[in-house]
Design a protein around this ligand. Structure first.
Ligand SMILES: [Zn+2]
Length: 217
């Protein structure tokens, strides 16, 4: 007696293809699980305690911290109260790992020899540091390519670049941000807030750097 569905012998080639497909799908599933663990989970965890950030400029120097309408909430522009801004050392606010070190936007052509040269876009030469616990700092408009590279561990007070006017910058200065959970927050230095919380009005304050002893990375 015969059934309505004659059975054909299984081809060894098609069963190998099925095994390969199953192995491939398993790899994709493992990859997705790893991606969730590495990328998604850290973003769901609450941020850690605020690192003890220091001013990103040399120990003992007094700088003006300010903002202006149209800047952005919490953004800080730093200008030295004495001497030229061009070329002044930019220091890591705290120990961390460099996550950006390159060009944001475009450089433009503003240099010490041509301070009113063509304006660039964005941050110009910049550095971003991950301090752990979802805390980050950013340093923009640097004069030259950063002195650090992505993945490098830096100590508090380690020099990451020099003050310049690359990117969308009117005059040589350091544009600086602190971020918690990838959101900008009010900058704190040496344990106290800067008072720069919004860009509705022009506001400046002076602070003296206590970024003095370079800690171990
Ligand atoms: Zn700025």
């Amino acid at each position: 007696m015969t059934t309505g569905h004659p059975t054909s012998p299984r081809s060894p080639r098609s069963s190998r293809r099925k095994r390969l497909l199953r192995a491939g799908l398993a790899l994709v599933a493992v990859g997705a699980a790893v991606a969730v663990a590495v990328v998604v989970v850290p973003r769901l965890l609450p941020p850690g305690p605020r690192p003890s950030f220091q001013l990103p400029v040399a120990c003992g120097e007094t700088w003006q911290l300010g903002t202006y309408p149209g800047h952005d909430d919490y953004d800080v522009d730093l200008f030295p109260t004495e001497g030229e801004a061009w070329g002044r050392p930019v220091l890591a606010s705290d120990a961390g790992t460099v996550t950006e070190a390159g060009i944001n936007g475009s450089l433009g052509g503003r240099t010490p020899d041509d301070p009113d040269g063509p304006r660039g876009r964005g941050g110009g030469y910049w550095v971003k540091i991950d301090h752990g616990g979802r805390w980050e700092t950013q340093y923009l408009h640097l004069l030259e390519p950063p002195l650090v590279r992505v993945g490098q561990r830096v100590a508090r007070g380690e020099q990451v670049g020099r003050v310049g006017s690359t990117g969308n910058s009117g005059a040589p200065h350091l544009h600086y941000e602190q971020r918690r959970g990838w959101q900008k927050v009010e900058t704190h230095f040496d344990g106290s807030p800067s008072g720069i919380t919004h860009d509705d009005t022009e506001y400046t304050v002076t602070r003296t750097s206590n970024n003095c002893a370079s800690g171990s990375p």
